[in-house]
Design a protein around this ligand. Structure first.
Ligand code: GLN
Length: 547
């Protein structure tokens, strides 16, 4: 194909309408028709990346293969498309300004006054085209974060306006996502907020080509006609996006609404293929028709906010479908786990996952949960901080090193079983000390983890500062906590498992970032399998006649 086509997705009326899911669904349909498609998210906040935001602010921080700390929407893109994203796929206002200011300091603007227009808008346009210019993609979908009319989105909207003009109508289009609210008192769907939002977009010089309307009720033909005429789009370009049972239904819903067809038509691309969605639909079928269920405890400290553990929750959906098991997640706040509550809170579970996290709050509850899983032989998966807690628990309660801790929680601890590496100790700049992105790991032959992966060499994504302290390795191993995944270059321990436990694994990396619909993560798949086995055993034991 000659030129890369660009699709911009803007949002109006309200936030949280699901722009990321619409963008990912459209990308999925285009990919399923054979177009090489990628998605990019532009975030209008001033943080250089979301790495420094706490999960309450912005949900999970998603990490890409190349080590970028990004918006959680990139996780959706990867889960839908099964294609890696990179730093170039997520750009924030902070990054744009940082780069423009660095250029100014280097004297690249030849004595000119540096301004939002054209310097900031040019930088935005460059970042958008960066993905298209290398020839890897037929179509680039760029999602503009925020809502039109926001002060902070203005430079992005202006950049889109200019780019659309430069590229020409056949090479670029704008999809505007809005809300069509239902007023119960009037018994009607209301189009006015959408009209206003389209008008705001028009004031910035952008005409929406396609409207995607979030709604709780079906849009009648009348409403569609009204939206089309007042928002200046063709009726077939009014796309209904009704609330779905699962985000994974959205690609099929968009297919039914013809979002891919109008898009291709507007971009002058051939519409002579049918999307190949067999694998996707097979996943949906399994997801919707489970044969059994398991209860998994997600022990974390950001459990009030659904989005904090987004990739973990999605990885469970993929793994559940693979096993044809419904995975019920019980989010359990680790701050409320203690000796008195633990039995009531976790004894009934079929699997326990101790979540990633930072800082001291809630860690004792996590350690108690690990102990419960270890002693009662409940399947256990510890991710990042969860793995570190497993090491601390084992050191305290099996090795009897009662003071064992991570230097993150207690810098003076007598037994730093989790510690900073020497070379990290002098770095104070946030972001500078983190081990980020994909790192190699070699799995020990005949270990549980190598059986699960079915291979010896893996690459997984990291996001942490502290590490397993190799000074305690021999002691831990001799007592039964085996190090079964090692970074071949640094010797750092990436995986631990227990000798005398049917399924107990701690991983320093984040397997959840790599689980997709097309390729569910083996650790999650096997964890759910182990939980099902555990649950069956438990049930058959309780059904056994009294002797
Ligand atoms: N706080 C721990 C560290 O920095 C774990 C981080 C995580 O769970 N992502 O090493």
């Amino acid at each position: 194909m000659a030129e890369t086509k660009y699709i911009f997705v803007t949002g109006g009326v309200s936030s949280s309408l699901g722009k990321g899911i619409i963008a990912a669904s459209l990308a999925k349909l285009l990919q399923a028709r054979g177009f090489k498609t990628t998605i990019q998210k532009l975030d209008p906040y001033i943080n250089v990346d979301p790495g420094t935001l706490n999960p309450y602010e912005h949900g999970e921080c998603y990490v890409t293969e190349d080590g970028a700390e990004t918006d959680l929407d990139l996780g959706h893109y990867e889960r839908f498309l099964n294609v890696n994203t990179s730093q170039a796929n997520n750009v924030t206002t902070g990054r744009i300004y940082q780069s423009v200011i660095e250029k100014e300091r280097r004297g690249e603007f030849l004595g000119k006054t540096v301004q939002v227009v054209p310097h900031i808008t040019n930088e935005i346009k460059e970042r958008i085209q960066l993905l298209g210019n290398n020839g890897d993609y037929d179509i680039v979908i760029t999602e503009i974060g925020g809502t039109v009319g926001d002060i902070e989105s203005l430079p992005y909207i202006e950049a889109v306006r200019q780019l659309k003009w430069e590229l020409g109508d056949e090479n670029a289009l704008v999809i505007h996502l809005t809300l069509v609210p239902y007023l119960a008192a009037a018994g009607e769907l209301k189009t006015k907020p959408t009209q206003h939002s389209v008008k705001t977009l028009m004031e910035s010089g952008i005409k929406a080509d396609i409207l995607v309307c979030r709604t709780e009720h079906e849009l009648s033909d009348d409403i569609r006609r009204k939206l089309a005429i007042f928002c200046n789009v063709r009726q077939e370009a009014v796309i209904q996006s009704i609330d779905a049972d699962t985000i994974y239904d959205v690609p099929n819903m968009m297919l039914e609404e013809g979002l891919d067809t109008v898009t291709l038509k507007k971009l002058g691309l051939p519409d002579d293929t049918t999307p190949k969605l067999e694998r996707w639909n097979e996943f949906l079928k399994r997801h919707k028709n489970p044969k059994s269920e398991v209860n998994i405890g997600l022990i974390g400290k950001y459990v009030e906010l659904q989005d904090s553990y987004k990739s973990i929750l999605e990885a469970f959906i993929h793994a559940g479908a693979e096993n044809e098991v419904k995975v019920n997640i019980e989010s359990i706040h680790s701050e409320f786990i203690n000796e008195n509550t633990i039995h009531h809170k976790i004894a009934h579970l079929d699997g326990i996952l101790v979540a990633p996290g930072f800082g001291e709050r809630g860690i004792e509850g996590k350690i108690d949960a690990v102990r419960f899983a270890r002693e009662n032989k409940i399947p256990f998966l510890g991710i990042c901080l969860g793995m570190q807690m497993a090491v601390i628990e084992f050191a305290r309660n099996v090795l009897q090193l009662k003071a064992a801790n991570s230097t993150e929680m207690d810098p003076e601890t007598q037994h730093p079983v989790i510690d900073l590496m020497e070379e990290q100790k002098d770095i104070t700049h946030k972001g500078g000390t983190m081990r980020l992105g994909a790192w190699d790991c070699h799995l020990t032959e005949n270990s549980l983890v190598s059986r699960i992966y079915g291979k010896a060499d893996i690459k997984e994504r990291h996001r942490h500062r502290f590490e397993y302290n190799n000074k305690y390795k021999e002691h831990l191993e001799n007592a039964g906590m085996l190090s079964t995944g090692i970074n071949p270059d640094t010797g750092l321990v990436e995986v631990v498992e227990l000798k005398d436990h049917p399924w107990f694994i701690g991983v320093q990396y984040h397997p959840e970032y790599k689980s997709t619909v097309a390729s569910p993560h083996p650790l999650f798949v096997d964890f759910i399998k182990a939980a099902r086995t555990y649950s069956r055993k438990k049930n058959s034991a309780s059904l056994a006649p009294n002797q």
